[in-house]
Every structure is written in structure tokens, then in C-alpha cells.
Design a protein around this ligand. Structure first.
Ligand code: KMH
Ligand code: ZN
Length: 331
């Protein structure tokens, strides 16, 4: 009897998600290198253009539909906004495979909005990130935890500097990016780090500044914003449903381990898409560091199979998001 009750309660709890469970294909984004971490955190982080290109192509072969990209100074690994580096990387990837290339407009610490957003007019990519609110993006606990000799001086300064770093995305900034994505015919992926950012997106939609359906990336686990707990994730997703109804697509990125895979499992269950990658998380298992982005993508693909989800091809994702196509970019 007790067993019967347990099963029927589970079934009742499952019913509200039935519709979403019909979604079978999953769009996996691989966030290849990032702009807030430093190379001393892991030898696996791709640094040079060749390393970033190879890692992106391997991630696509492992099942990634989108590669989210930052670039780094090849000599030091410091996050960079160099358009020459961006152009080299995105065109190199495009020559080798048909993955959707999604450059950042978030950049890294100390970059101006103009530097961050220059990829839009310059590359006219199919997709780019769009950060939907300001946060104090805190990575300083990493330098507090680390052994003294693990980091170069600039790396310690970079991490420590985040105590006082406002990742600035004001309404004026966001309005500029709205115009820029329209002008370059780029689909914005709206990064929401906290529940208030969803209301910012709603404001921009209501003002007619963003086209619908919007695509939202819930990014949870950045210090200075929302935590990567199941409850906070469900709260943000529920808020997005209240604000946008059926008129949005979504994915989630859990920052850190095990958040990356906990959130991936939630997305897979609830019909969302998934982001993994060394930008967000450096571990494959609790006691095992990831050696590559491909390994993280492979784990996401295995997890997806358990929920009867299979990776979408880039062309399927182009259709889902209404992208302009890979021949319409400027690289
Ligand atoms: N660094 C991530 C937490 C962007 O590049 O525009 C968020 C991100 C944003 O990927
Ligand atoms: Zn990024």
C-alpha cells in the first residue's frame, strides 16, 4: 500500500511536465574557455586560437550544437577583446564544421561595453550572448582557496579584483545591445543570473526592443548573483513562465561542480536545453578534473540519453531559434 501511494504521488507530481517531456532534441552549448577564469585554475582551459578552435571542433564532434566563445591573449591566457583573435577563431571553426558559433558580448573584467560588443558589427554572428543585468561578479574566493604558487601575479590580481568588479549591464547598456543585435541580425541569448534579470528582459520585450520568442540562459552559481540550487532554478524558470508564457526557449548553465550537471539534469527533465563547458566548470566528477570540453559534452550527451533526449544538429537548432544561417555572417 505504502509503495502504491509513493508511486501514485510521483505520477501526480510528474503530470504538469508531460507536455514539455515531448521535447526530444536538446541543444547543447559548449562554453569553451570563458573570460573570468584564469589559466592557473586548470591546464585544460584552451588559451591560444588553435587550442580554442580544436576544443570547439572536438566539442561539436562530441555532441555540442553551439560553441560559446571568448578569446585570450595567446602568451598569457588573459581574457582579451581582440577582434583579430575573435576573427581567427570563429572563421577557423567555421572552416572545419557547421557548429553554431556564439561569441560573447560579456567579455571579461575591465573591458568596456564597446569592446565587449564590437563582435556584433564586426562578425555579424548568428548568435551572441546578451547579459540581462548587472552583478558584482565575484571570483575572489578562488584565490583565497588556492596555494600561493598556483597563480601568476596577474592571475591573483585578476581574481582578487573581482571583489570590486561590477559586471555592468545597465538599462542604457542593454538598450545599445538591443539595437546592435537587430542591426547585425544576431539572435541574442539572454543570460539571466538572477531573478530580477528576467524582469529586465520583460521590460525590453514590452518596449519592443527585443524580438520574441526570446532565448534565455539561466546562469546560476556566480557569486554575487543567484545560487545554483534546484529551488532557485525552479523559481527562475517559474518566473520566466509567468512573464513570457510559452513565448521563450531556455537553457541553463550551472557554474561549478556538481551544479553544471545537476542543472543539466533538470533541463533535460523539463524540456530545456543545456550548457556545459570549461568556462563554467572544471570537473568531470567530484574527484576528477575535466581534461577537455569534449569530455563535459560527452557526459551531457550520456545524461540526455537517460531522459530520451538526443543532441540537436546545428541546422535543427537554426530552425528552432530562427537563425539567419551560417552564410549570412561576416566571417
Ligand atoms: N561567464 C558566464 C558565467 C557571456 O560570456 O556573455 C556567463 C557568460 C556571459 O558566458
Ligand atoms: Zn561567456
Amino acid at each position: 500500500m505504502r509503495r502504491y501511494l509513493a508511486i501514485s504521488t510521483m505520477m501526480a507530481g510528474y503530470r504538469p511536465y508531460r507536455k514539455e517531456c515531448h521535447v526530444e532534441k536538446v541543444i547543447i552549448s559548449a562554453a569553451i574557455t570563458g573570460g573570468m577564469t584564469v589559466p592557473g585554475q586548470s591546464g585544460a582551459i584552451p588559451i591560444t586560437p588553435d587550442e580554442i578552435m580544436d576544443s570547439a571542433v572536438e566539442a561539436h564532434a562530441a555532441g555540442a550544437t553551439i560553441v560559446h566563445l571568448h578569446v585570450r591573449e595567446p602568451e598569457t591566457g588573459k581574457p582579451s577583446s581582440s577582434l583579430d583573435l575573435f576573427r581567427e577563431v570563429v572563421s577557423g571553426i567555421k572552416d572545419r564544421c557547421d557548429v553554431i558559433v556564439q561569441p560573447t558580448t560579456g567579455g571579461g573584467q575591465g573591458m568596456t561595453l564597446e569592446e565587449r560588443a564590437a563582435v556584433l558589427p564586426e562578425l555579424r554572428p548568428e548568435m551572441a550572448t546578451f547579459n540581462s543585468g548587472s552583478i558584482n561578479f565575484g571570483l575572489f574566493p578562488i584565490s583565497e582557496r588556492a596555494d600561493d604558487d598556483r597563480f601568476e601575479d596577474w592571475e591573483t590580481e585578476y581574481l582578487e579584483g573581482t571583489r570590486d568588479y561590477v559586471f555592468r549591464n545597465t538599462f542604457a547598456d542593454m538598450q545599445k545591445i538591443c539595437s546592435m543585435v537587430r542591426e547585425s541580425e544576431t539572435k541574442p541569448e539572454l543570460e539571466a543570473y538572477d531573478v530580477g534579470h528576467l524582469y529586465n528582459i520583460k521590460y525590453l520585450v514590452d518596449k519592443g526592443l527585443l524580438d520574441t520568442p526570446v532565448h534565455i540562459q539561466f546562469v546560476l552559481g556566480v557569486m554575487g548573483a543567484n545560487a545554483a540550487t534546484i529551488e532557485q532554478f525552479m523559481h527562475m524558470r517559474r518566473t520566466a513562465l509567468d512573464l513570457f508564457g510559452d513565448d521563450f526557449t531556455w537553457s541553463a548553465a550551472g557554474v561549478g561542480y556538481p551544479a553544471e550537471f545537476h542543472l543539466a539534469a533538470m533541463c533535460l527533465m523539463l524540456g530545456g536545453h543545456v550548457r556545459v563547458g570549461l568556462e563554467d566548470n572544471l570537473r568531470l566528477k567530484r574527484r576528477e578534473r575535466a581534461q577537455s570540453n569534449a569530455q563535459l559534452v560527452e557526459k551531457a550527451v550520456s545524461l540526455a540519453a537517460m531522459f530520451d533526449r538526443e543532441p540537436a544538429t546545428p541546422d535543427e537548432a537554426r530552425e528552432e531559434f530562427g537563425l539567419k544561417g551560417r552564410t549570412a555572417v561576416a566571417f
